[in-house]
Design a protein around this ligand. Sequence first.
Ligand code: XIL
Length: 319
Amino acid sequence: PAPLRVLADRAGVRIGTAVDMTALAEDTTYRRTTAREFNSVTAENVMKWESVEPRRGVYDWKKADELVRFARAHGQVVRGHTLVWHSQLPSWLTAGVADGSIDAEELRGILRKHITTEVKRYKGRIQQWDVVNEVFEEDGSLRNSIWLQQLGPSYIADAFRWAHAADPKARLFLNDYNVEGVNAKSTAYYELAKRLRAEGVPVQGFGIQGHLAIQYGFPGQVAENLARFEALGMGTAFTEVDVRMILPADETKLATQASYFRRLLDACLGARSCTSFTVWGYSDKYSWVPGVFAGQGAATLMDEEFARKPAYGTVREGL
Ligand code: XIL
């Protein structure tokens, strides 16, 4: 049977995965499967600020370059992830803000330089950039990050303007988790997107991470949510889909997981605006879930031996 990317090509959509660059270098099965199954890739970590500028003014693009090269060699597009986030910031930056040696004005310049430098480096080679990541709390208030504290809410519009100036053809996305359905958080994004677009700020997409857990149930009103962003003229994408469960996995849980993957995919395929569906890793061997959610795992399409789980089958059938 055809790999996922062949079916995705026929359907006119991108099927993507986050890529672990250590695994890509060391595990030939992982490397082959990443090339065979996907027509889009996202750096799981190596394009984040702490990776690309570990010391102030000292850049390390090696692994990010490697991914962009891999993608080109295998006919894959790249989703850039991510430019402005509260997490995985370099310690020189967080320490400098904390001890007052970097003031607000300097911080704004540092952010502008970071965005400009990274976006320009990959100009023409990134299809979609996650420009700002996880800026809202669950209740729809802006997250109390160093960006909000130091720069105020205008940092969001600034980030999009700077990214657009650096690569006018890249599609620029907002991105967050727990925004699959209609809720306070996704509504905050909807209002933000509407306002930014009315002001002429270059924001073209809404990225829905899609980190689900079967024990919490499937989110409500996913199609309605996609539709309202689409009505603003926005693109949409599922950017980090995985479906975790409380371990151990069993047949029933794996069947529920498969249906959750399929329902998110169906929501994407049912929306004209949604042309990209990315999973956050495709083998349980390299999933971030067990390291972060104690007692949970088995969140991806394949097990630790790369055997296809029921979810792989439902995704393939859905494409
Ligand atoms: C995660 C990676 O998967 C981990 O390897 C890393 O230790 C922490 O970050 N939302 C995001 C992603 O936007 O960047 C996160 O990735 C998962 C949650």
